[in-house]
Write a protein that binds this ligand. Structure first.
Ligand SMILES: [Ca+2]
Length: 273
């Protein structure tokens, strides 16, 4: 296995895995994703009954596939929705080594080579049930000098606050950096999460009605510049839960946030598309 493959495996086994403090009550996160779009090359409407790793072809007919190591059970994709259930996922650790259980699907494409401008997902807007639970989108960056995961998610925090949360995990420096956070309005049926990658990476969200039609204006949550040393960028969606046993105390998580913010300041801007 070459170094690149090792790096990628490291990524996949540490994916979507945010957990920071003690007193974790594990609970499965269950929601539906209705659409996953990587504009302008790919859209999955989850309408053919074949869950990931099966994927629609790219626009123009090129083959695409998901990397979904835990798989999805038959029947998970039904009626134009794919059910995400963290309890069916595998065990992983996050950038600071806390245990997570996540079900996810990564679109196995190098976005850098495809002129991608926008990545979005539409989800049923449910409350992640327990501390450390989340669902949403992520982007992965691989390179000789960086191993990064940007998570954009509906998050049940360790202070019990429910929020829309943009977070950067660095698996080289072992830091987790919060980028931006906003309260969730559960008065809507669905939420669209979107990464605009045309100039740095901008995360925005839009509330939707139960037909997936926008019911609010798009709101920019936060942004980061592009990151040097990244040679491959992939993206996907997930549901994940914290697994009991983590013992990092609350003040430690605050200290780690501070370290992460210092790490972030070292990034320079670079277009990824
Ligand atoms: Ca399908």
């Amino acid at each position: 296995m070459n170094r690149s493959a090792v790096n990628r495996l490291g990524w996949f086994f540490s994916i979507v895995s945010l957990a920071l403090v003690a007193n974790i009550a594990s609970a499965s996160v269950i929601t539906n994703i209705h659409e996953f779009s990587v504009s302008p090359v790919f859209t999955d409407n989850f309408s053919d009954g074949n869950p990931p790793p099966s994927a629609p072809d790219l626009v123009g007919g090129g083959a695409a596939s998901y990397f979904a190591p835990a798989g999805f059970p038959s029947g998970a994709e039904s009626g134009g929705k794919l059910q995400l259930d963290s309890s069916l996922g595998g065990p992983y650790v996050n950038a600071i080594g806390d245990s997570r259980k996540s079900q996810f699907a990564t679109l196995s494409l190098n976005l850098l080579s495809l002129g991608v401008t926008d990545i979005s997902g539409k989800f049923d807007l449910v409350a992640p049930p327990a501390r450390g639970d989340a669902y949403g989108l992520y982007m992965l960056g691989f390179g000789p000098s960086a191993s990064l995961e940007l998570d954009f998610m509906v998050w049940h925090g360790f202070d019990d606050a429910l929020s829309i949360f943009l977070v950067l995990q660095d698996f080289v420096s072992h830091t987790i950096t919060p980028i931006a956070q906003a309260p969730v309005d559960f008065g809507f049926a669905e939420i669209a999460l979107e990464f605009d990658v045309t100039n740095g990476i901008i995360g925005s969200y839009t509330y939707l009605d139960n037909n997936g039609v926008p019911a609010s204006a798009a709101t920019v949550l936060g942004s980061i510049g592009d990151i040097p040393g990244i040679s491959v960028v992939e993206t996907g969606f997930f549901a994940g839960e914290a697994v009991g046993g983590a013992t990092v105390p609350e003040p430690m998580s605050i200290a780690l946030f501070g370290i992460g913010i210092v790490a972030l300041s070292m990034f320079s801007r670079r277009r990824i598309s």
